[in-house]
Design a protein around this ligand. Sequence first.
Ligand SMILES: Cc1cc2nc3c(=O)[nH]c(=O)nc-3n(C[C@H](O)[C@H](O)[C@H](O)COP(=O)(O)OP(=O)(O)OC[C@H]3O[C@@H](n4cnc5c(N)ncnc54)[C@H](O)[C@@H]3O)c2cc1C
Length: 452
Amino acid sequence: MIVEKLKELLGEYVVLTGNDIPERARSDASRTGHQLPLAYLRPRTVEDVSTALRACNDHRQAVVVQGGLTGLSGGANPHNQSIVIAMELLAGIQEIDTEAGTMTLLSGTVLEVAQNAAEENGYLLPIDLGARGSCQIGGNLATNAGGVRVINNGMTRDNVLGLEVVLANGTILSSLNRLDKNNSGYDLKQLFIGSEGTLGVITRAVIKLRPLPTSRATALCASNNYDDILKLLHLARQELSGLSAFELMWQSFFQFSSQAMGAKSFDTDYPFALIIEQSSQAPCLEEFLGARFEEGLITDASIAKSEAERERFWLIREGLALAELPDLIEYDVSLPIGIIDLFVTNVTSQLNGEFPSIHISVFGHMGDSNIHLCISAGFIDGYVKRRITTIIYEHVRQFRGAISAEHGIGILKRDYLHYSRNHQEIALMHSIKRTLDPNWILNPGKIFAAPT
Ligand SMILES: Cc1cc2nc3c(=O)[nH]c(=O)nc-3n(C[C@H](O)[C@H](O)[C@H](O)COP(=O)(O)OP(=O)(O)OC[C@H]3O[C@@H](n4cnc5c(N)ncnc54)[C@H](O)[C@@H]3O)c2cc1C
């Protein structure tokens, strides 16, 4: 039996079974997974990962990689016949090259640990998201995480120079490039970034660091209409060097989150609130906002005078109180930027028509054309959930958007992949999967269904 074989090869410290398997292994942060795996592996070396995968491949044994379990698509959820490879012990920073501005690290390293190490060396690690204290760099790579700095630094894939990956058959593919420019053949690392654990296990990475900004200014602003916000974004891109966040909140979300925090930011309820942040050596946010106020593009604004005030702005945007709503469903979609508000109006009107007591909160990384819709119908059953999802994704398809902007497909969006990818694209994805993982052992059933 495979579990006995793994114990023999890797030892009982690495291979946990029965009551030793931690409860958290059931699910990622979507809280949609329910089963404990057959065994829970904690490899300490890349060779351990290779040994485990070779054995699992020989036994046609399904494997699910788990990072920090902060994913929101059910991508890391196991079933009771799969084996989890948890990356928590394969952690640590191996090198910071301060001349080249690169960091080489193991994939189980928690993002915040890597961020702090970069800062101590005078650099910025250009990946950042709310789950920074728990998510791992390997999980960020596997989901191609976005986050709150994409407008300035791009997605995770834009900040990676090299990767080491263990393939399904146990081969260690070392592609730890450190060069900014390397066009010697296919850029293999990009295949694995965003592949959600279905093509290989990421074990090591080389990340490109950026200069650490010495100063930052953050403002909470209000605006009356979406067209003004589009103009504001255009001007911010032109005039604010180091524009590091442009986050929009529709009124219902802003009111809900502010009330939950007991925060009162403006005297009037405006249709939109937004956070604009500039991280540069010499921020000029105040002058910029003054000019926009004169032009009428914003109706109110307040610049954080302290770190505590800045944190308060961001806490409103993070909207942690949403988690208290019953049966919350979260959607993470991308749309052409010019029609986002039209999309929100159309979706909201249809949902309110069919489910009159529904709660709909909308906010997101507007500068990246990415919004999150958080929906609570007060109760949920399979039919209601499918109906709400179909309404939203039909509108996404109509506007040629993407059903996942940054959280990935995992299991939760799998049946809707065709809403934003065409038949030929999905067929090529299948064929890449078959080439790299012919026995379909890596995270089977995630992104698309496994062959029967
Ligand atoms: C409060 C909060 C805020 C968030 N904010 C954002 C945000 O702004 N932007 C954003 O993009 N996401 C966000 N997320 C989602 C989540 O944090 C990201 O998807 C993150 O990148 C997942 O990392 P993880 O280590 O927790 O991965 P996990 O949840 O453990 O796994 C995610 C997927 O990656 C695979 N995987 C994990 N590690 C590896 C590896 N080493 N090799 C191969 N495959 C692997 C898993 O099999 C799974 O399919 C947020 C989540 C929370 C809870």
